[in-house]
Write a protein that binds this ligand. Structure first.
Ligand code: S3P
Length: 169
């Protein structure tokens, strides 16, 4: 069922646990892991927050598309940023992706709780709870559309979610 090459890509809203679960899958499955946000920071030599400050969201999204393209055949687990479904270009990349794409589906309550604890997202500073809800509703069908599988995450530990994903194949 997993497509070749063996690239597993995690998508979902910010705070869904893509990085934590991705690292856990890589640990349990003895595979490599890459995080698109970290890769953007590495390529730009700057923090995501600095990229947003200096180049705006548009500048950040351009870098994100470039890195998304580059990791399509990464041999291992890829964690994307929550806004990867924002640009039509990215949706096209994801629709044609050789990777198996998993949507980590949570709920807004647990996600907002997690984001408040973690902080550090530029979009978090700009948006109200109502904006977040609207963003959630706008992105949810896009994640669903490009994903090969949707995995429910509410009430589950990262280790359990990782094990469920590994068991899919
Ligand atoms: C974003 C999510 C972030 C990061 C950037 C924008 C978004 O990634 O890419 O702050 O638009 O949802 P996480 O989903 O890892 O928080």
């Amino acid at each position: 069922m997993i497509k070749e090459p063996d690239t597993l890509m995690l998508i979902g809203f910010m705070g869904a646990g893509k990085t934590t679960v991705g690292k856990e899958i890589a640990r349990q499955h003895h595979s490599k892991f890459i995080d698109i946000d970290s890769e953007i920071e590495r390529v730009a030599g700057k923090k995501i927050s600095e990229i947003f400050e200096e180049r705006g969201e548009k500048g950040f999204r351009e870098l994100e598309t470039k890195v998304l393209n580059d990791v399509q055949t990464f041999d291992g687990v890829v964690a994307t940023g929550g806004g990867v479904v924002e640009r039509p270009d990215n949706l096209e990349i994801l629709r044609n992706s050789p990777a198996t794409i998993i949507y980590l589906h949570g709920n807004l309550e647990s996600t907002i709780g997690r984001l408040i604890i973690e902080g550090q997202r530029p979009l978090l500073q700009e948006k109200s709870a109502a904006d977040f809800f609207a963003l959630w509703q706008e992105r949810d069908p896009k994640y669903e559309e490009v994903a090969n599988f949707t995995v429910e995450t509410v009430g589950k530990t990262p280790a359990r979610i990782a094990a469920e994903i590994i068991a899919l194949f």
